[in-house]
Design a protein around this ligand. Structure first.
Ligand code: NAP
Length: 327
């Protein structure tokens, strides 16, 4: 295919929302272009087993994303490995500029840039990032064979990361600020039953300690939130798993946002504050944040975009009554 500089529909992001939007839009003959971003496949590429994708009792996250990409390609979507660095939503056609120098204009845009790991913001966390402090156990866990690691957080991510790290580490200490986890019960049961795992409740990470040459982590200072007392524990690695923040930097000053950066959509739709711009997945959802709900929103975004383009006269109306059904 010759490189296109104008498309009817541009999809930004390659998680479940982006690929599902691409499948639906391609089948609606919108000839979508999907730009994958920095991490093709998104957050699921740095997880391991996925046990809640319908139809798959267990599938590896990266494998699921490879299948989704292949599905989108097979339906006719153009998948581009590039990073959108600037998006001008000021007027139609919208303009996307990419890291490679590529410039694409689009009649409609679906934003599906997802979310990225949050950090605590401690100076010592910043200092040792990449040298013993990580937000991705599946990326870095291998380096902690027979070592002791600490995981911060109490959600699904923290518990999954802790369980994954038991494959390598001699000891995994999960540190949580309250006295109960918000992770799914099935994961909690696995965690509590694991002989390598210790859970420290009511505590937060106060500081990561380590050495400068060669730079590396040696411990963690924990603060007990009940009385403010601190204690030092041994740690060769610290994994921060305290949730995710929406990747909305590209559009932060152009679209209405809520809850600290999530793109606002009109209730029951994926329509943002700019007509012709749609948002789906973790970028807009601060409540469910599941692969399957992201995929559902990707489908909605494609249908909303199809409707918008038909109304704008950019494409022929859908022949089947599908568009009428979502009016
Ligand atoms: P999350 O559910 O928002 O949990 C974040 C955890 O970090 C919470 O336990 C929270 O404590 C803690 N935390 C937040 N800020 C903190 C701070 N400053 N200091 C210390 N602790 C802090 O995030 P997540 O675990 O990344 O999950 C995100 C979403 O993805 C969720 O909807 C989750 O269900 C989903 N997910 C699903 C799966 C799966 O289905 N297998 C896997 C991974 C993620 P509190 O509990 O006190 O608020």
């Amino acid at each position: 295919m010759t490189e296109r500089s104008h498309v009817k529909l541009l999809i930004v992001g390659s998680g479940p929302a982006g690929y599902t939007a691409a499948v639906y839009a391609a089948r609606a003959m919108l000839e979508p272009m999907l730009i994958q971003g920095m991490q093709p496949g998104g957050q699921l590429t740095i997880t391991t087993e996925v046990e809640n994708w319908p139809g798959e009792t267990e599938i590896q996250g990266p494998e699921l994303m490879v299948k989704m990409e292949a599905h989108a390609r097979a339906m006719g979507a153009e998948i581009v490995t590039d990073l959108v660095t600037r998006l001008d939503l000021g007027q139609r056609p919208f303009v996307a500029e990419c890291d490679s120098g590529r410039r694409v204009t689009a009649d409609a845009v679906i934003l599906a840039t997802g979310a990225q790991a949050r950090w605590l913001g401690l100076p010592s966390e910043e200092k040792f990032k990449g040298f013993g402090v990580s937000a991705c156990a599946t990326c870095d866990g291998f380096f902690y064979r027979n070592r002791e690691v600490v995981v911060i957080g109490g959600g699904n991510t923290a518990v999954e990361e802790a369980l994954f790290l038991t494959r390598f580490a001699s000891k995994v200490t999960l540190v949580h600020r309250r006295d109960s986890l918000r992770a799914e019960k099935i994961l909690q049961n696995r965690l509590f039953a694991h002989p390598k795992v210790e859970v420290i409740w009511h505590s937060e990470l106060a500081e990561v300690t380590g050495v400068d040459t060669p730079i590396g982590v040696t411990g963690a200072v924990l603060r007990d939130l009940r009385d403010g007392s601190t204690r030092q524990i041994k740690a060769d690695g610290v994994f921060v798993a305290i949730g995710h923040a929406p990747a909305s930097e590209l559009v932060a000053d152009q679209l209405e946002l809520h809850n600290g950066g999530y793109v606002t959509v009109q209730p029951g739709s994926t329509r943002t504050s700019i007509p012709g711009v749609f948002a789906a997945g973790d970028l807009t959802d601060h409540i469910y944040r599941q692969a399957v709900t992201s995929a559902g929103m990707g489908c909605m975004a494609a249908l909303d975009a199809e409707h918008f383009l038909a109304e704008a006269g950019d494409v022929q109306p859908a022949p089947t009554g599908l568009v009428a059904a979502i009016n």
